[in-house]
Design a protein around this ligand. Structure first.
Ligand SMILES: NC(=O)c1ccc[n+]([C@@H]2O[C@H](COP(=O)([O-])OP(=O)(O)OC[C@H]3O[C@@H](n4cnc5c(N)ncnc54)[C@H](OP(=O)(O)O)[C@@H]3O)[C@@H](O)[C@H]2O)c1
Length: 290
């Protein structure tokens, strides 16, 4: 199962999994557009084939609906790649009252992992969260000097609507904080799902020339965006890091790790704080239960 299949890397991930013989389930906001894109990529006759479930993963009901539909159709989920993600140029709220980065870049991944954990356990499945190294350095232009990791106020963890508040809101930092939340909850899932042989790892794919980049290139550098994109990885190169974690037999059993492409990398200390992980897990699981 792969989210964000209409996007640059998601489309490659689906194509490669289907070509290897997997039956791939995807979730997309525009199901018919995604189906056409995937038909071009995979073709009708791919050995595994694919199916597209329509859902807006920024919405609580979208995540709940997608998980229910997958669960109904598939007893086992062998691989879950939480790849959907977005960056927004300003502070936006979902109809549920959650800031958009929190909803798309964190809660969608949390919700699908949480709601599909039994399906994953039946298959000793692998979960891969596509995160971003912005969580280790929120500076948009990386000049020499000290990095500025994403921050998290533990006081905001009891109420998801308090995460990424108006005060001090900076879009790139809000995106990085949401990715930090995804990695933090990934560490928690890795521990709790270990007895079921489910593995959970997160990965930064590199800087990849996809749609998300259009908004991430600082305004002053936009006239040169063609040149800048040429220096980036292609979607195929970027997708390889998540595909490796999802499928490489040599990585069987590996869990609770964060990779920057193929290199295991540290994440901010707060992501390893068991009390923070627990509070985040409780608040987020309540979100999908009420
Ligand atoms: N490109 C990079 O340099 C880079 C670096 C670090 C991390 N990442 C991460 O890599 C992942 C893949 O991104 P990409 O680079 O391939 O960008 P992309 O081409 O913009 O793809 C993003 C995908 O997420 C989907 N998505 C966004 N909002 C959604 C929602 N509310 N509900 C359902 N799906 C939604 C998009 O679907 P729609 O077609 O419906 O919009 C699209 O399929 C993201 O998690 C991103 O944060 C990318």
């Amino acid at each position: 199962m792969v989210t964000g299949a209409s996007g640059g890397m998601g489309r490659v991930i689906v194509g490669e999994l289907a070509r290897a013989g997997a039956h791939v389930v995807t979730v997309a906001r525009d199901a018919s557009r995604t189906e056409s894109l995937l038909l071009e990529t995979v073709g009708k006759g791919g050995p595994g084939g694919f199916e597209v479930i329509q859902a807006d993963l920024s919405l609580r009901k979208g995540v709940l609906g997608a998980a229910a539909e997958i669960s109904e159709r598939h007893e086992r989920v062998h691989v879950l790649v939480n790849n959907a993600g977005a960056h927004f140029p300003d502070r936006r709220l979902t109809p549920d009252g959650v800031e958009m980065h929190v909803a798309v870049d964190y809660l969608a991944a949390f919700g699908l992992t949480y709601l599909l954990q039994e399906n994953l356990a039946r298959a000793a499945g692998r979960v891969v969260n596509v995160a971003s190294n912005t969580l280790n350095d929120t500076r948009q232009v990386k000049l020499p000097g000290r990095s500025r990791p994403a921050t998290l106020d533990p006081g905001h963890l009891d109420d998801l609507t308090r995460l990424n508040p108006v005060t001090g809101f900076v879009p790139f930092e809000a995106y990085a904080r949401a990715k930090l939340l995804a990695v933090t909850s990934g560490y928690h899932f890795a521990r709790t799902l270990r007895p079921h042989a489910v593995t959970v790892n997160s990965v930064h794919p590199g800087i990849v020339a996809t749609n998300i980049i259009n908004d991430l290139v600082p305004a002053a550098l936009r006239p040169f965006s063609g040149l800048i994109r040429a220096t980036m990885l292609t979607p195929r190169e970027g997708a390889s890091a998540a595909l490796r974690l999802a499928t490489d037999p040599a990585l069987a059993g590996l869990t609770g790790r964060y990779y920057s492409r193929e290199k295991e990398t540290a994440t901010p200390a707060i992501s390893h704080d068991a009390a923070v992980q627990q509070r985040l897990h409780e608040t987020s699981s309540r979100w999908f239960e009420h």
